[in-house]
Design a binder for this molecule. Structure first.
Ligand code: KG4
Ligand code: ZN
Length: 339
């Protein structure tokens, strides 16, 4: 089954052609960083205008690279939420038009479900259930128990900043350009993770929730202090990163102890982080459980993961090409997907 995936929930304009959820024939993503950098973050209006300008060329490019024609596409999978409304509507409108014109089914995919299935792209076998996912991106940070392609529950989530947001904001404090996560990661590799003891959020009681705003504020106060003004940026970056990884891994451990899982999965843009990957893989090995991380290009937003989720969830998310509406606040549970 050959699906055309379309993803425009934030600032990446992406299209992909994927066979049976795992075999990627093409995955094209144009990032808009150069248009947003001078504002220090994503400007929604600019993002949606760039999607309008780029999307049809990106879809054509994806088909060409896949060596496929529109006639060979069996269906269209599109991100319908959550995300920026102005960005989502561009992808949804285009996907509806393609599906309607081609007389093929349209699959409405939750962006976060795309991240859940990204680690299985390119693998020979289908995901084994249940698996436990640590989903850490620029907009979300949560622990998810996935019992089947269509049944999943959020065990814990961030109460304030997402992990990627904390990275980007802290990178900004260190004078790094947007998006700062990857640059902070590179800087941290040259620093001492034990140089400064930044606070680790402790969840109350049994909660598996996360919080990063206290950590970010503590780095800010430190940088404004005399010690901070003389500190090496790489040591601050490495110490911040050690605190983030520590909190994420502790919460993953807490969740893992409460149920039986066939695999643990790291996903979302922050899954590209070198220190987190290292900690995650050695933790999985110590616990004797299979650990999956997507290749870097499928950690950050892409359309292959949307086609993958659309494939696994096809019976539950097929929707009317004329009726689908983008939903910026689309709830996580699948049964809340639009009809
Ligand atoms: O999943 P994603 O592409 O977009 C959302 O759905 O949010 O994640 C983007 C986030 C950004 O905050 C970016 O700084 C962060 O992922 N990120 C990283 C790294 N690569 C991307 N954070 C830390 N280390 C990295 N290597
Ligand atoms: Zn994402």
């Amino acid at each position: 089954m050959l699906l055309l995936g379309i993803e425009t929930s934030c600032d990446d304009t992406a299209a992909a052609v994927v066979r049976d959820g795992r075999d990627v024939l093409s995955s094209v993503a144009t990032n808009q960083d150069e248009f947003h950098r001078k504002y220090g973050g994503i400007v929604p209006e600019i993002a949606s205008r760039r999607h309008v300008a780029l999307l049809s060329a990106v879809v054509d490019d994806a088909l060409q690279r896949a060596g496929a024609t529109f006639g060979q596409i069996d269906g269209v999978a599109v991100t319908c939420g959550p995300g920026l409304i102005g960005s989502l509507v561009v992808g949804v409108a285009a996907a509806k038009a393609y599906a309607f014109a081609l007389q093929r089914p349209l699959y409405a995919v939750n962006h976060l479900h795309g991240h859940l299935f990204a680690p299985f792209i390119g693998r020979a076998e289908e995901p084994a259930y249940p698996f436990l996912t640590l989903l850490v991106s620029g907009g979300h940070s949560q622990l998810v128990a996935v019992s089947s392609a269509t049944q999943m529950s959020v065990l814990g989530r961030t109460r304030d900043d997402a992990a990627g947001e904390a990275y980007d904001k802290t990178a900004r404090l260190l004078g790094l350009p947007y998006p700062g996560g990857p640059m902070l990661d590179a800087l941290a590799q040259r620093g001492d993770p034990n140089a400064y003891a930044f606070p680790r959020h402790r969840a109350a009681g049994n909660s598996l929730d996360l919080s990063f705003s206290g950590l970010k504020t503590s780095v800010r106060y430190f940088l404004e202090s005399d010690a901070g003004r003389n500190a090496k940026a790489e040591d601050v970056a490495a110490s911040f990163q050690a605190a983030v990884v520590d909190v994420l891994m502790t919460r993953l451990q807490n969740a893992y102890e409460r149920a039986r899982y066939c695999a643990v999965v790291l996903s979302g843009g922050v899954a590209a982080n070198s220190a987190l990957q290292k900690a995650f893989l050695s933790w999985a090995q110590r616990n004797g459980v299979a650990g999956f991380i997507p290749p870097a290009k499928y950690c950050t937003d892409n359309a292959a993961m949307i086609a993958a989720a659309g494939y696994y969830q096809r019976d539950a998310v097929q929707t009317d090409p004329l009726g689908l509406c983008a939903d910026p606040n689309l709830p996580f549970e699948l049964n809340a997907a639009p009809a």
